[in-house]
Write a protein that binds this ligand. Structure first.
Ligand code: NAD
Ligand code: TDX
Length: 379
């Protein structure tokens, strides 16, 4: 029986991770997942309500910065793995409010590390280092953005110097440095994964791919920052979840593993490919067209690609300090743990679009209220 404390699992990747653990990888095993999530604008209880059964999966609403609460969770449960997804995750928001990112991402991480230290240390060895209960692991979900930005050549390896540019990536880098400091100072059993851009179900629509899908359906403009030439390396979210599971269970203690999709694309190409894929899916299944809210149709009543390209794609001012290119070298995790990105982008984007088409209620729920104000301010 393994007990997980998973923070931030009402958000995009964390929710996919706990679903993967509970219903796929360990569907027939005795595991317990305790979710700790503050339910910020990015957290949605609706995403995980079917998973919370009070036995295998328990939900606690709270803040990772709350010392008393996190200590209580450790006191009441024999936690084996703490997997920290909770974070402020959107680069554009970090440009508006850097202090929030510092507070949640750095102080939150440090609070979790300390709580785990209090719960998992049993004494001291002769040199004064803490002695840890066996089988415990603190895992930090980090990002390729800690490495900064690449030119047209090369990849981020685990040896690439940390060189963050945005307030978001600076906060994630600082959090990683605290995790490594706890490893070096207290010999804490930790691991870190640094992943490239994820896409898939439950992706919050402030991020590029779900924003584009939903704006196409709504007939709204498709905002492309700068010239649309920045490159991201896209990974299907379930492949990321598998990588985290492998590292938590089998990865070497104290190590960093890069996780990437080997799928680099320019933003403008992502936008055009998403338009084309929605068109093709609606050609193949004409009933899907009913979801289009407001749309120019061509003479056959089909979604009109050239009209969208001409009228909806809108070049807007660039993000400040916009990183040019991210690309991950995942050789270490492939060689040590046998992980590789299983989902081809052509398949992953179809699954993602279909999920968005079939979950319009979820989209409406998460985009109402505060998000609408953010959207109107941004675009
Ligand atoms: P998300 O914004 O969708 O979800 C974040 C979750 O954390 C939400 O449920 C939110 O309610 C919760 N949260 C925020 N502040 C909290 C606090 N103070 N206490 C408790 N819970 C809090 O984020 P995501 O895209 O799922 O990213 C998850 C993690 O993965 C983050 O650490 C992010 O930095 C990292 N990451 C994301 C990507 C990506 O492409 N999305 C890529 C690499 C790494
Ligand atoms: O409207 C948009 N138009 C646009 O051109 C948005 C929202 C984004 N973009 C560009 C900016 C980026 O070059 O698209 C690219 C992807 O943007 P985001 O979806 O905001 O992701 P990114 O900034 O790359 O960061 C993501 O991947 C790494 C996650 O949000 C981070 O949490 C993760 O660490």
């Amino acid at each position: 029986m393994k007990t997980y404390l998973v923070t931030g699992a009402a958000g995009f990747i964390g929710a996919n991770y706990i679903k993967y653990l509970l219903h796929r990888k360990y569907a027939n095993e005795d595991i317990k997942v305790i979710i700790l999530d503050a339910l910020t604008y990015a957290g949605n209880l609706g995403t995980i309500k079917e998973d919370i059964d009070g036995k295998r999966c328990v939900f606690v609403k709270g803040d990772i910065r709350d010392r008393e609460l996190v200590d209580r969770l450790f006191a009441e449960n024999d936690i084996d793995y703490l997997v920290n997804f909770a974070a402020e995750s959107h680069v554009d928001r970090s440009i508006e409010d850097p202090q929030l990112f510092l507070s949640v991402n750095i102080l939150g991480t440090q609070n979790l590390l300390d709580a785990a230290r209090r719960a998992w240390v049993t004494g001291k060895d002769e040199q004064g280092y803490p002695v840890w209960k066996t089988g415990k692991r603190y895992h930090q979900v980090s990002t390729d953005e800690v490495y900064g930005s690449l030119g047209t050549e090369g990849y981020f390896t685990e040896q690439t110097p940390l060189c963050p540019h945005s307030p978001y990536s600076a906060s994630k880098t600082s959090a990683d440095l605290f995790v490594m400091a706890y490893r070096d100072t207290y010999h804490m059993p930790v691991s870190i994964t640094r992943c490239s851009n994820n896409y898939g179900p439950y992706h919050f629509p402030e991020k590029l791919i779900p924003l584009i899908i939903n704006n196409i359906l709504e007939g709204k403009k498709l905002p492309v920052y700068g010239e649309g030439l920045n490159v991201r390396d896209w990974l299907y979210v379930e492949d990321h979840c598998k990588a985290i599971d492998m590292v938590v269970r089998e990865g070497r203690e104290g190590e960093v593993y890069n996780v990437g999709g080997h799928n680099e694309m320019k933003n403008i190409d992502i936008v055009k490919l998403t338009i084309r894929t929605i068109h093709d899916m609606m050609e193949a299944d004409k009933s899907l067209r009913n979801i289009l809210k407001k749309q120019e149709k061509d003479s056959h009543g089909d979604i009109d690609i050239s009209w969208i390209n001409e009228h909806l794609i809108t070049y807007v001012p660039d993000r400040l300090g916009h990183d040019a290119r991210y690309a991950i070298d995942p050789t270490k995790i492939k060689n040590e743990l046998g992980w590789y990105p299983e989902t081809m982008f052509a398949d992953g984007i179809v699954k993602t679009i279909r999920w968005n088409l079939e979950h319009q209620d979820w989209i409406r729920e998460v985009t109402s209220g505060d998000y609408q104000k953010y959207y109107d301010r941004m675009y």
